[in-house]
Design a protein around this ligand. Structure first.
Ligand SMILES: NC(=O)c1ccc[n+]([C@@H]2O[C@H](COP(=O)([O-])OP(=O)(O)OC[C@H]3O[C@@H](n4cnc5c(N)ncnc54)[C@H](O)[C@@H]3O)[C@@H](O)[C@H]2O)c1
Length: 261
């Protein structure tokens, strides 16, 4: 039997076939899971996500629009999902947003209030908002695994990561508080701290080129990460093999976070 046979859940964040969410969905479906998807609203976004999901080899898939900054969109997605599926075993949170104007080296101090709050809202609060709505259906399924994507810029200063680092610190802390409260219902909550990968979102980060150059020079594995390696770790975190793991941040970054200088 496949590792994730019988497991069904929701994946937020497939924009195209370079998205971390795409690599995660690939690993989950390759291991027997059934994934349902959301995209940003708008014909162009929905078409792009649909094309990426098709490239996973899926034809008859569940896809709904969702702006995670809107409670009514999240309500509609979770309501529709629970109507159409018997179980909710996992939720993948692989979304983030910050206005690229403030993601340039040297620009952090100038970040306006609205840009700071929008980054935290969409990149961190949405994990809590999803967990609120997942709690009931996951409890009915005997528990589940909630997983979010983060980056090391939450812990150390990475030039250009700026307000996104603040949002990722909030995301990781949110993950730990959720894990503490939801564990009673056998719901596990973890983050994966992924290495730099060229995607739509990362192209907005002013320092992404430096991050991609730094990792092969410094990391124990002397190379950058592949999206599929994050996918593999996600499959493990969704599977029962990780049944004792919750409230953790798992680094999948070729070990670069372990190096001081
Ligand atoms: N690429 C990297 O180097 C890297 C490294 C570590 C962590 N991450 C994290 O991985 C996650 C996925 O990013 P990615 O790099 O795959 O880029 P991506 O652009 O492929 O994915 C980002 C996703 O966020 C979604 N999104 C943005 N605002 C949204 C909203 N209001 N409602 C719903 N969805 C919204 C976008 O539609 C997109 O699908 C993010 O949390 C990112 O911070 C990325």
């Amino acid at each position: 039997m496949s590792l994730l046979q019988g497991k069904t859940g929701l994946v937020f964040g497939v924009a195209n076939d370079r998205s971390y969410a795409w690599h995660i969905a690939k690993a989950l479906t390759d291991n027997g899971a059934t994934c349902a998807f959301t995209s940003l609203p708008g014909e162009k976004n929905e078409r792009r996500t649909g094309k990426a999901v098709e490239s996973l080899g899926l034809s008859d898939f569940w896809l709904r629009p969702c702006d995670a900054a809107k409670d009514e969109d999240l309500d509609a997605v979770f309501d529709a999902y629970t109507k159409d599926h018997k179980r909710l075993d996992f939720v993948i949170h692989s979304i983030a947003f910050a206005d690229r104007e403030w993601l340039a080296p040297g620009k952090f101090t100038e970040t306006p209030r609205a840009a700071y709050l929008a980054a935290i809202d969409i990149s961190a609060y949405t994990l809590l908002a999803m967990a609120q709505r997942a709690r009931g259906p996951m409890a009915d399924s005997g528990g589940g695994s909630i997983l979010a994507m983060t980056y090391y810029g939450s812990e150390k200063v990475v030039p250009g990561y700026n307000v996104m680092g603040v949002a990722k610190a909030a995301l990781e802390c949110t993950m730990r508080y959720l894990a503490a409260e939801l564990g009673e219902g056998n719901i596990r909550v973890n983050t994966i701290s992924g290495g730099p990968l060229r995607t739509l979102a990362s192209s907005a980060v002013g320092g992404i080129g430096t991050m991609l150059e730094h990792t092969p020079e410094r990391a124990p594995l002397r190379r950058n990460i592949e999206g599929s390696e994050v996918g593999g770790a996600a499959a493990w975190l969704v599977s029962d093999l990780s049944s004792g793991v919750t409230g953790e941040n798992i680094y999948v970054d070729c070990g670069v976070n372990t190096i001081g200088v």
